[in-house]
Design a protein around this ligand. Sequence first.
Ligand code: LLP
Length: 382
Amino acid sequence: MFDAQTIKSFKSQKTPFYYYDLGLLRRTLDEIKNHGLSKGYHVHFAIKANFNLPILEEVRKAGLGIDCVSGNEIKRAVEAGFTGDQLAFAGVGKTDEEIQVGLDHDIFSFNCESLQELEILNGLAQKSGKTANVSIRLNPNVEAKTHRYITTGLNENKFGITADRLPKLFDMLPGLKNISLTGIHFHIGSQITDLQPFTDLCNRVNEMQDLFEENGVRLDHINVGGGYGIDYEKVDENPIPDFKSFFEVFDRNLELREGQQVHFELGRSIVGQCGSLISKVLYIKEGATTNFAVVDAGMTELIRPALYQANHRVDVLTSDKPHKTYDVVGPICETSDTFQKGIQLPEIERGDLVAIRSAGAYGEVMSSAYNLRDRVKAVYSK
Ligand code: LLP
């Protein structure tokens, strides 16, 4: 967990705040370097998981690129020192202005999600006198075995184009003079801890490659997206996902052509374990059926429990008394503003600090101003 010195430093900070362990981030990135980059794989960090500059600095130093889903994310990546050739841009609803931002930075790849978007991109590229590099996002209809809100690769999901649209794509391609179709892109969902869906994905990628080649399209790169999950239970024992096994699935199952590059877009598995939301206990209230520990962080700072019933472990940092049962709840006027229900924690009192763990990905970035709350702050380890 946290050492005494770190907990002491927390006491002088205004709560709530996100604490990021940059040492753990560096160790995680080392694993990606050892098991992924060293084999020639390209890894883009999904900046949507966390867009803070000190995090991006570590990611850049490790040699990763960035996966963006908005014009502002492209701008943030550039601000963090990434160059256009390190950026991919996905998203079902890119505006003309956002596409223009991508064109202005000559990005590595527009991951296009519909045939209409291809036409719009072609027109804008023509106006700018450019050729846009495109990966077409395909919906592989693969079951990711994760929460239904974060499953993206099924036919019923809005992402990518389905296989039945491909003949139309092949017809259109010769007319799209300002587009260079360089790759295919997939992303099947998030928080996937079972490796089988990634094997299924590889099989679909192989079939798709054959289909593209039959239609005269040679692909320079395959982007298999992100989605690798973290262990929200074994936060301290097992903080870094097993990247060796993850990348081996692709070594074993992808049928690559000569010179072809493979790209990944990992978000959560890089940064999730590195962040905790540190919060102070405001009140202890004995309810009719449980004790409520009301803390000063809420769903406005971390919406994942309310939105996906996500289980973020709560650790008490400043008490080692015998355990009692608590519901740990936030101050927001919603019943779903609950971090944990009926858990055993050391007895706590007003002023104690708690850490809500594994909150580095899709935590701070999804925070809101509901109830006119202050924007949550970030604190970093060395
Ligand atoms: N690539 C694309 C096209 C994506 O849509 C995503 C995530 C990623 C890569 C990165 O996925 P990751 O490796 O982080 O699983 N807010 C949700 C997660 C939403 C993920 C959206 N797309 C959560 O808190 O669980």
